[in-house]
Design a protein around this ligand. Structure first.
Ligand SMILES: *Cc1c(COP(=O)(O)O)cnc(C)c1O
Length: 423
């Protein structure tokens, strides 16, 4: 390569890749530019070769079989893929469905939860949660009616949750809704402990596992979680805007009602009865026709994770985020970068966030000049996402080199301070 010198760090990173059991999975993804360092798999996962193939097949099904395909498998996709995702999130096969987007599923489940706890007026969350989740929770409170409110417990540092978070779960709490792995710092809540605290207060517990699903083992059932939602286009590599998933603990399914009642959640959709009667079990949380092309494209990414095994994915993710933190300490801290993720691997998801006063311009220079793609979250967070099925230690080493160079040589000076478009 033109400018790439093989430093001892790069050699060492390559040696780590060479003895990694998961390394062969990288070849299962489309890597159109081997020199691009892609550290944004936590925002949009890469395209599996099998997904491109599967998409062509389902287009052929459409062309050839037309409407007959609904009974030949298409209608069953939300349930059948839900069974597979259930294996990734520690749920039983009849507790997960693919449907809608994460935001819409969050709305459906939180309104359902509020209506199931009519005497309680408060939803508790924290400000490490994804802002959109807070918007949706407020919208759910408004839809559920009554004098209800959202309590957002502030984090003291934007990295760890408030030590008083669980004190906010009280007799008036209907629902606790949190991101399992938080999007900025990657702090990962102790799912079983927080769920138990919510239950002691008599509240229902809803987890958004968008940033942890496919990156670390999740045990929704074992933790006693009541409800969960999650995203398929991040670590699940399901494709841009892939349908999301929802989980409802079996014991609760018949006690909750979908606030967006639609025909596919109805007992017998093809009876076309004028009155809605909910299907027994989880299917009542479907609303309308499943997005077949997107569901088909999402399946191979899920299959790859099942083949690799989430425990092995997690082991590599921890090794890779530990590597990044060690390199930050040695090479980046002296250049003004701060660590904005937990040091304790147990409490950290699969990305490492670095702060720098010039974060936005650094991110731009990285993508534009260095062929390194991190992502950026206001005000100054540079997120380095590790997706162990295809992220290599070599990429991490090159990413760290680039982060150092952009600051050392002030390459960010050439870029404007204003934000634009998707970051
Ligand atoms: C990515 C993400 C979402 C995305 O929601 P969409 O409805 O797909 O836009 C929601 N919540 C969290 C915590 C996320 O990380």
């Amino acid at each position: 390569m033109k400018t790439r010198s093989d430093t001892p760090d790069l050699e060492a990173a390559r040696a780590l890749d060479a003895r990694d059991a998961l390394a062969p999975f990288r070849a299962r993804f489309v890597i159109s530019d081997p020199d691009l360092v892609y550290l944004d798999g936590n925002s949009l996962g890469r395209l599996p070769h099998a997904a491109a193939e599967r998409t062509r097949e389902v287009l052929a099904e459409w062309g050839e079989g037309l409407i007959g395909n609904w009974n030949a498998g298409w209608m069953d996709l939300p349930r059948r893929l839900g069974e597979k995702v259930a294996l990734l999130v520690g749920a039983d096969a009849d507790e997960v469905l693919l449907a809608d987007s994460t935001s819409v599923n969050l709305f459906k489940l939180s309104v359902a939860a509020l209506r199931a706890r009519p005497g309680r007026r408060t939803v508790v969350s924290d400000d490490l949660n994804f802002p959109s989740d807070l918007y949706v929770l407020r919208a759910a409170l408004a839809a559920a009616g009554g004098q209800r409110r959202l309590r957002v417990i502030p984090s003291p540092d934007g990295i760890l949750p408030s030590p008083d978070l669980q004190d906010a779960f009280q007799a008036d709490t209907a629902l606790v809704a949190l991101s399992h792995t938080t999007f900025k710092s990657a702090y990962t809540h102790h799912m079983a402990a927080v769920t138990a605290a919510a239950h002691r207060a008599g509240a229902l517990m809803l987890w958004d596992v968008s940033h942890s699903a496919g990156a670390l083992p999740i045990r929704l059932r074992e933790a006693g979680a009541d409800l969960a939602v999650g995203c398929c286009y991040k670590y699940l590599n399901g494709g841009p805007g892939a349908p999301a998933f929802l989980y409802v603990r079996r014991e609760l399914q018949n006690a909750l009602d979908n606030p967006i009642a639609g025909w596919l959640g109805c007992e017998d959709p093809f009876r076309f009865a004028p009155e809605y009667a909910p299907a027994p079990g989880l299917r009542r949380f479907l609303t309308g026709t499943p997005p077949v092309l997107s569901l088909a494209a999402a399946e191979p990414g899920i299959d790859l994770l099942l083949e690799a095994g989430v425990e092995r994915v997690r082991a590599r993710s921890v090794a890779q985020t530990e590597y990044l933190i060690a390199r930050w300490e040695r090479d980046l801290q002296p250049l003004g970068y701060t660590l904005k993720s937990p040091r304790d691997a147990e409490r950290r998801g699969s990305h490492v966030t670095l702060g720098h006063p010039e974060g936005l311009r650094i991110s731009r220079a990285l993508a534009d000049r260095m062929r390194v793609v991190p992502d950026f979250r206001l005000p100054d967070n540079i997120r380095l996402g590790v997706a162990p099925l295809y992220t290599t230690f070599e990429e991490l080493a090159r990413g760290v080199e680039a982060l150092a160079r952009v600051v050392r040589e002030r390459l960010y000076d050439a870029y404007p301070r204003e934000r634009r478009g998707v970051t």
